[in-house]
Write a protein that binds this ligand. Structure first.
Ligand SMILES: Cc1cc2nc3c(=O)[nH]c(=O)nc-3n(C[C@H](O)[C@H](O)[C@H](O)COP(=O)(O)OP(=O)(O)OC[C@H]3O[C@@H](n4cnc5c(N)ncnc54)[C@H](O)[C@@H]3O)c2cc1C
Length: 322
């Protein structure tokens, strides 16, 4: 498969046989067929349309901060839709952003404009597109609270500009994660803060510092954030209960498989030492989930997305993931 024309004609990087460990925050994972780096909605649209025309299947990822890729990799083209150059426009309180923009760059920009609504989520890694697909959130806020409109590229290559209400979002999930639509742009309605900008900046700094303590820095403690979703409340009045609490009670913090283990500060963050394989991480998470099942009688649900094939998959997990 020759994809070199993307580079020659459009200056879009194509890396044949790229290793997924270089493109995920777990820093694990084998090769893919080719990885195409799209840094804007325009590039994303051109590449997806060309691949459709050539009948080449592909998978879209953002920054790779919610993915565990298998050691054997995947025999598929991956489009990495992620950029370090924020593309943001403001019209009053309405803010439109290219989905390749890093979510935290958007939050930092908003705080500097004295616009609130996303500040509590400061420091969540990944792109705006990835945040929307997984309905990311923290400290009582979620990305879709302020979302108003979306521009999507469908698997039929149609571009649609729709209201957020046309997409079903739920806790850390959305239709988009499963139906092959790609988020190109998102519009948020933010709120001018009544207070001095210094207060918003202070809130952001506090959140960044708590986050660093609780989650560690993925560059030195490779991970993909919380591995399991928080647990549904036992009554309608209740709030979700931290999966980390159940894991802690089930003794997960002391578990090791190969070089994979939970982070010392947070039982629901799985990290790993040098030399760990993605299979070590997967096996550890099976062990953690089964300890919770044994002690509390319910199944934890994975938040991290699996890419590729893992051994020892229980019947509830398919053999090849994604
Ligand atoms: C240290 C650390 C802390 C974290 N803390 C939190 C937290 O507090 N709260 C939280 O919710 N998450 C957290 N996460 C998880 C992760 O950061 C989020 O899920 C993030 O939103 C994923 O974005 P991404 O661009 O990396 O997506 P990826 O991991 O690349 O992809 C995730 C999913 O999104 C889809 N996707 C990506 N871009 C698009 C697009 N443009 N259109 C359609 N689908 C797309 C992919 O196909 C995939 O299904 C944390 C992760 C780390 C490493």
């Amino acid at each position: 498969m020759d994809l070199s024309f993307f580079k020659k004609e459009l200056d879009i990087n194509v890396i044949s046989g790229a290793n997924l460990k270089d493109y995920t925050t777990f820093q694990l994972g084998g090769p893919c067929k080719a990885l195409i780096e799209c840094i804007s909605a325009r590039q994303m649209t051109v590449v997806a349309t060309a691949l459709h025309a050539m009948k080449i299947p592909f998978i879209v990822m953002g920054f790779g901060s919610n993915i565990l890729a298998s050691d054997t990799g995947v025999d598929t083209v991956i489009i990495r839709y992620s950029s370090t150059a924020p593309r943001i426009t403001r019209n009053g309180n309405m803010v439109t952003v290219d989905a390749a923009t890093q979510f935290d760059d958007l939050i930092s920009w908003a705080v500097n404009e004295n616009l609130d609504g996303l500040t509590a989520m400061s420091g969540i890694p990944g792109t705006v597109g990835g945040a929307i697909a997984g309905n990311a959130g923290a400290y009582g806020q979620q990305v879709t609270d302020r979302l108003t409109r979306l521009t999507l590229l469908g698997p039929d290559e149609k571009i649609s500009d729709i209201s957020k209400d046309e997409v079903h979002f739920s806790y850390r999930d959305s239709d988009i994660k499963h139906n092959g639509h790609i988020v190109l742009y998102a519009t948020f309605e933010l709120e001018p803060s009544d207070d001095d900008k210094a207060l918003l900046l202070k809130e952001r700094e506090e959140k960044l510092s708590v986050r660093l303590k609780k989650h560690g820095d993925w560059k030195t403690n490779p991970c993909a954030g919380s591995f399991f979703k928080n647990v549904l409340p036992s009554s309608n009045a209740g709030q979700r209960q931290a999966a980390g609490w159940f894991l802690d009670e089930a003794g997960a913090k002391k578990m090791f498989v190969g070089k994979a283990h939970p982070y010392t500060e947070h039982a629901n963050i799985v990290t790993r030492d040098n030399g760990a394989s993605a299979q070590d991480v997967y096996d550890l998470t099976l062990k953690m989930a089964s300890a919770v099942k044994e002690k509390f009688g319910f199944e934890l649900i994975r938040e991290v997305r699996l890419l590729g094939t893992f051994n020892n998959a229980p019947a509830s997990d398919p053999k090849g993931f994604w």
